[in-house]
Write a protein that binds this ligand. Structure first.
Ligand SMILES: [Zn+2]
Length: 459
């Protein structure tokens, strides 16, 4: 009897229209898997960011339940944000549950697995690995074993944003080559019941070269050589996906999945500059253009709200308990927040557009609120604009503060589910990221905890 193995291959930042339509002809293996199973868009978390999206996908918990609202988090009583690590992810990942049920597991390059944790098999950290001198595999002996065969570990593209197009594409290819080779090796030597790998290279490619990939991008030129090179990279990934699926054997169930999509980025919104001009934030002196909030001389005793930038904006009320010189007494917090919400909702876009800002309250999005949740969460122009935390200059910017970047994230990633015993259901349009953990548990006949709200897509 063929082995009932589960193989998960994640591609970061891939929207459904790219893989199912634009690059369809370059991806015969993905197309074949989709036509023999089910496929469609996968609605990401709010916010649609790598962290919390992958952690939500592999735990079945929403960002509020996880207390993860982005790559960075606030600690109680402090205003500064710092990078999160796997230590902040306290929920069991799906491979932890499968391991408890007696399965042999391998989790390779999944975001937010640095430092690696003990598992019933192998875990190799993802791209947030801090670098040389830090653990990147569990057990540690695997580091030497893999390095001896596949060279120095490539967690991410080195010096991202500084290379030419050609250098970036070469490096992306080398990274994917190493990652798929490691996955094949782990499959052969560990014979896991469950293997999941995530390739971050697609996200890196999109952020650097999206203008060459998306006809909707204002700077798109279809005759440009890089348009073809991006497609070639995808064709390479498709070939490696085909190899890995074949190697996993005939009884394998395969899930291809992405954490969120990509779309053209039109510019940025300096949200703290807006708060400053509208009187919510107070400074001593006038900042130079591009000043980070942490470097500005903020008069906290007169500041009612501030924001952190990124793909979306997190807005915090300067309320009691959030740091020295808190300005908003708890008795006034609800009323102040209502005023701020109304002011932000009315903020026009760069060309005077109405309905430019979507304002969400985390307690309405999530089942629970752990950690330091923002008071309000903002997206601009349907994610066409990024949030910039810097002060100085105009409220609207055509470019990201960190240099030209053609892509922002979009709300839908994709999924393809195929293989032994998986019904050929064709296109499914309502799959959600929280469905993935119940699906993977269902495929292994391991009961999902009743607190998980997602549904099993294989049933
Ligand atoms: Zn991502």
């Amino acid at each position: 009897m063929a082995r009932a193995r589960t193989l998960v291959i994640g591609l970061d930042c891939v929207p459904p229209e790219l893989i199912f339509e634009r690059y369809r002809d370059a991806m015969p293996n993905v197309t074949r898997l989709a036509s023999s199973g089910s496929f469609g868009p996968l609605r990401s978390t709010t916010p649609p960011i790598t962290v919390p999206a992958w952690p939500s996908m592999v735990t079945g918990r929403d960002p509020g339940e996880l207390g993860l609202y982005g790559f960075r988090a606030r600690q109680a009583g402090r205003r500064a944000l710092s990078l999160v690590t796997s230590a902040e992810l306290r929920e069991k990942r799906v491979w932890d549950r499968l391991g408890e049920a007696g399965q042999r597991v391998a989790a390779l390059f999944v975001p937010l697995t640095s430092p690696p944790k003990p598992v019933r098999g192998v875990e190799v950290s993802g791209f947030l690995w801090p670098g040389e001198g830090h653990a990147w595999a569990w057990p540690r002996s695997v580091e030497h074993e893999l390095e001896a065969r596949f060279g120095a570990y490539r967690a991410d593209v080195a010096r991202f944003g500084e290379q030419s197009e050609a250098e970036l594409l070469t490096e992306l290819r080398r990274m994917a080559e190493q990652h798929f080779a490691i996955a094949e090796y782990v499959l052969d030597t560990r014979d896991p019941d469950f293997l999941m790998m995530v390739e971050i290279g697609t996200d890196r490619l999109h952020h650097a070269l999206w203008r060459h990939m998306d006809p909707a991008h204002p700077a798109h030129d279809p005759s440009c050589e890089w348009a073809l090179a991006c497609r070639d990279y995808y064709a390479y990934l498709d070939a490696r996906i085909g190899d890995l699926v074949a190697r996993a054997g005939p009884g394998t169930r395969t899930l291809l999945v992405s954490d969120h999509g990509a779309r053209p980025m039109l510019g940025g919104v300096r949200i703290n500059e807006w708060l400053l001009r509208e009187g919510w934030l107070r400074l001593r002196g006038v900042p130079e253009p591009g000043t980070a909030l942490s470097n500005a001389d903020v008069d906290w005793s007169e500041t009612r709200a501030w924001a952190a930038g990124g793909y979306y904006a997190r807005v915090f009320l300067n309320r009691e308990g959030c740091g020295p010189d808190a300005c908003v007494p708890e008795a006034d917090a609800a009323r102040t927040l209502d005023q701020l919400r109304a002011a932000l909702s009315a903020m026009p876009g760069p060309a005077g557009e109405t309905d430019f800002v979507q304002v969400d309250a985390p307690e309405q999005l999530y089942a629970k609120l752990r950690g330091c949740a923002p008071d309000l969460m903002l997206t601009f122009g349907g994610l066409a604009y990024r949030a910039l935390g810097e002060l100085g200059g105009d409220v609207f910017s055509e470019h990201d503060a960190r240099g030209p970047d053609g892509a922002n994230h979009a709300r839908d990633g994709f999924f393809v589910l195929s293989g032994a015993g998986v019904p050929a259901r064709g296109r499914v349009d309502d799959a959600q990221i929280l469905d993935i953990t119940p699906t993977l548990l269902g495929l292994a006949n391991v009961p999902a905890p009743s607190a998980l709200r997602g549904r099993d897509l294989s049933r």
